[in-house]
Design a protein around this ligand. Structure first.
Ligand code: FA5
Length: 341
């Protein structure tokens, strides 16, 4: 019998030495120490042996079993350590490798233009005045000299709300009434930036939601010369001191007289190109002297006070400055576009 146990031990230890990973180890455990292992089968015959042989047989069998269990423990430790070491090596961090670059945020191109506009007007003594985006029909139109059914209302396609006479403002001009009513009878010098909404076809030049910067100056001796001087100084600060400007007569119901301001096309220096549609000029804003009706609606006596106002679209100005062909890029959130600025 002892020969048999020796052979079982020898075979088992050889098989164990060949096990290279924990799966093979587990297979070995089932084969050599499991219920149907040869060793267990041999030990199961103990009761069939003559009494005098049983003790020696049992002792030898248990010795082999303990030896195999010890060998299994050692192999488990060895293979476990080796597997852990190779897993660590595979996932190891190379501390000498160069780090990954962090994407840095930056200001949206329209925000950059807005901030330049704020800074230029701040230097000229204009404060920023914020006014609401949801307006009444009366403030957006009526008090700006456009009573109900006035044909000029058609210039602004309007988003109406379910509340009667409550609309999304189509321009920043209703802010003029708010600020005048708040400050009257003090002089005013403010810019009113903010979002406007128009129920228009979305095109490369027009969004249904866009920024405007309104300007308003009210005082006792304000003239058209102040309007022209202020806006020319603004254009020189934004586009460069050499840029030429011109004012063309226009019509807005809330200003009289009204004008549009053009700057010389800085793409072609006024020679004519596709950006300026061969005219040599780029329109940047609408402006005029505040209409006496509007001054009165703001609480100012037009016999004593006068004022000028203007309104510009900073996104359109940004498009001109950076030769951006489509206003829809501004809201598309495409990093390839934004990272250029
Ligand atoms: C007005 O809205 C007048 N309230 C401006 C004004 C104020 C005149 C004070 C006189 C005195 P207009 O509709 O032209 O005017 O718009 C002004 C500017 O807003 C335009 O020059 C343009 O730059 C910008 N703008 C108008 N509609 C859109 C649009 N759909 N998408 C992007 N920008 C627009």
């Amino acid at each position: 019998m002892s020969t048999n146990f020796d052979q079982i031990e020898k075979d088992a230890l050889e098989a164990l030495a060949a096990a290279a990973d924990s799966a093979a180890l587990e297979k070995w455990r089932m084969a050599c120490l499991g219920r149907s292992a040869p060793l267990m089968a041999a030990l199961g015959t103990l009761g069939t042996l003559p009494k005098e042989e049983r003790k020696a047989f049992g002792q030898r069998g248990n010795q082999v079993k303990q030896a195999l269990e010890r060998a299994f423990e050692e192999a488990s430790d060895r293979i476990g350590h080796a597997e852990l070491a190779s897993a660590l090596a595979a996932g190891a961090i190379d501390v000498t490798a160069p780090g990954r670059r962090r994407g840095r945020g930056r200001l949206h191109p329209a925000t950059q233009t807005l901030r330049r506009i704020y800074a230029i007007f701040a230097e000229m003594g204009f404060q920023i005045y914020r006014s609401r985006e949801v307006e009444t029909d009366e403030l957006n139109f009526g008090l700006l000299n456009m009573p109900p059914h006035h044909p000029a209302r058609d210039m602004w396609d309007t988003f109406y709300t379910t509340a009667p006479n409550v609309i999304l403002r189509t321009h920043t001009s209703p802010g003029q009434i708010h600020v005048m009513r708040e400050r009257c009878p003090q002089p005013i010098r403010v810019i009113l930036p903010g979002m406007c909404y128009r129920y228009e076809q979305i095109t490369a030049r027009s969004e249904i939601q866009f920024y405007q910067v309104e300007g308003l100056a009210v005082g006792r001796h304000i003239t058209m010369a102040d309007l022209k001087g202020t806006l020319t100084a603004f254009a020189h600060a934004l586009f460069g001191p050499g840029v030429r400007t011109r004012f063309r007569s226009d019509h807005f119901p809330f200003t009289e007289p009204s004008a549009e301001m053009d700057v010389e096309c800085f793409v072609c220096d006024g020679r004519g190109c596709p950006v300026c549609k061969q005219s040599g000029w780029l329109e940047i804003l609408g402006c005029g002297m505040v209409h006496p009706e509007v001054l009165q609606n703001g609480g100012y006596d037009p016999r004593e006070f006068s004022g000028f106002a203007f309104g510009m679209g900073p996104q359109r100005i940004t498009m001109l400055m950076h030769k951006i062909e489509d206003i829809r890029y501004f809201f598309a959130n495409d990093l390839r576009f934004l990272e250029q600025f």
